[in-house]
Design a protein around this ligand. Sequence first.
Ligand code: FES
Length: 564
Amino acid sequence: MTEKDKGLEKGLTSYGDRGFSLFLRKAFIKGAGYTDDALARPVVGVVNTASAFNPCHGNAPQLVEAVKRGVMLSGGLPIDFPTISIHESFAHPTSMYLRNLMSMDTEEMIRAQPMDAVVLIGGCDKTVPAQLMGAASANVPCVQLVTGSMLTGSHEGVRVGACTDCRRYWGSYRADEIDADEIQRVNDQLVASVGTCSVMGTASTMACIAEALGIALPGSASAPAVTADRIRIAERTGVTAVAIAKSKLTPDRILTAKAFENALRVLLAIGGSTNGVIHTTAIAGRLGIAIDLARLDAMGRETPVLVDLKPSGKHYMEDLHRAGGLPALLRELKPLLHLDALTVTGRTLGEEIDACGAGFAQDVVRPFSKPIYPQGGIAVLRGNLAPGGAIIKQSAADPGLMRHEGRAVVFENAEDLARRIDADDLDVKADDILVLKNIGPKGAPGMPEAGYLPIPKKLARSGVKDMVRISDGRMSGTAAGTIVLHVTPESAVGGPLAWVQTGDRIRLDVDKRELSLLVADADLAKRKQSRPVREPSAERGYLKLFLDSVTQADKGVDFDFLRK
Ligand code: FES
């Protein structure tokens, strides 16, 4: 790197005269009152994803301020800039539809603007993956800072938090166990502060994955959004950003195959969100690293769930923080980790774990000898229904349904499901298997979190709490149940799921990792011939780009042209 590739001289706007380009750039930024001394410092970009539509990032202004303080304490010049911000509940049709767009925004703005390092401030489910995907492609020194989890609330003496409890209470309301007045009162308590969901949902999972990858500071995943710890982590992140700007520690040296294996170990041991598999695959794909589902499954058989957080366990993210945060888990996992993986601090993961000390007595992170679940949270299924694989969060499923054969009750798409699921005349029994098609990457589009099919009202009222449910979609990391997701290839592109019909028999055997459609090949071939699938398409705009370019779940649902 030459002097011309540093600071404000980086990536000059093309006017055909380099000197004039720099002269003009300086003139404009001096309009904001900067001195030549300030402008000669290493420049640290700070991605500001504050948005009034994104309460999960409600503390972003304080974090930006603290990061800037850290940068300036280290002699750098912080400059914050906006990108797209995505919140789960404010993104139609689904946040996943916009993740790749945010990653492109992040990548191109990091590349277009002059910065020697960048701090990525994200938190809500799709934002951290989008930022890491974009930053990995831009390959400018970067450090991830998560906004942190929200606080828990209390409803009639019961501790509650988004969003495992949102689903639990809504299930009770659907089953007529609580009334409209009570569900309204619960609504006030589920999200007790700004910050990300308080359980081991996708946001918490991605925070832990970022720390395990070494691209976020050690101990930074768990501090709640509104705590002094979170602000201090932000200041230290700013300090780190200046250090990596000077040492030119680019993400490709941190985000290695070993780092991704460490991240998958952590995903399995925290009982993390199934979405973590897709996002990790997408980030790795930006570096040309393939995530092998068979390897993930093999790792799962030797990696127990040790973190006792909802939805697999009982605690919340703030409890994990009090228990010592992710380092408490990494210490337990040490024999299974690549300890020589480099982190953003310039030290290895092993050195960072050792620096965190011996730990203390607590009941949130279990020892190997007393796991929450004997295997990893996520199992990979194969069979004629999912030749490209499917996954199940076994740690949050009903043990009684892990080996189950049943009759398929099929819904053709999300609209069909909404229309019929609560009908009194729906032909469904508790031991049936609910199947939902056309909610995959292209089908919905955007692979919405509709894989958590509701229990049909008539069964819910009679006390049914769980059923085997199968789809090509995703589900929220905060949800629980015997739910098979990410069936690949999806039905909208002619995967076997497209040909399942009500009355077919399906066998799920999680122990054998099997998902089979018990229909003769000849019958399936006839169905394919009589009802050919037409892939969805669009005339223009982002939808066209999305449908033309999106990959299947086993490739991370990234756009094909963005993968390395
Ligand atoms: Fe933002 Fe859950 S909705 S983290």
